[in-house]
Design a protein. Structure first.
Length: 145
């Protein structure tokens, strides 16, 4: 398995262990993880701390040229907010663990020139399906239903 997706899955598991939603993300530049995070909306009582946002925050301030060499990995298809952040920083590639349980604005992001790879990773799918089945109210809150 791709070691960067594996790192994102580790983040998702950490979020689940903390009582949160099992979504993880890593930001990779030049073959090295520079930021990692997981959905911490529950843990922090946050309105915006999705996995990708936590990852960007943990990466700290980077230069525009750094983002232009980056790859964003996420266990789940990034939502509008997280996709927008990737577009804002001109991240050229996003690798998505799965989009079976939730699909963000992938077509729009691609239309803006971003390369997207969707892996349909069985572990990512299993993590989310089990979470959604066991926590439908929390999942619906997270996706705005």
């Amino acid at each position: 398995m791709d070691p960067f997706l594996q790192a994102a899955i580790e983040e998702a598991r950490l979020g689940l262990k903390e009582g949160g939603i099992p979504i993880g993300s890593v930001l990779v530049i030049d073959g090295k993880i520079v930021g990692r995070g997981h959905n911490r909306r529950v843990q922090k009582g946050s309105a915006i701390l999705h996995a990708e946002m936590d990852c960007f925050e943990n990466a700290g301030r980077l230069k525009a040229k750094d983002y232009e060499r980056a790859i964003l990995y996420s266990t789940l298809s990034p939502c509008d907010m997280c996709s927008g952040t990737a577009l804002l920083y001109k991240i050229p590639r996003i690798v998505i663990g799965e989009n079976k349980t939730f699909q963000g604005p992938e077509s729009y992001v691609q239309s803006r020139g971003v390369s997207i790879s969707i892996l349909q990773n069985s572990e990512c799918i299993r993590l989310m399906e089990e979470f959604i089945q066991n926590n439908p109210q929390l999942w619906n809150e997270d996706i705005g239903v």
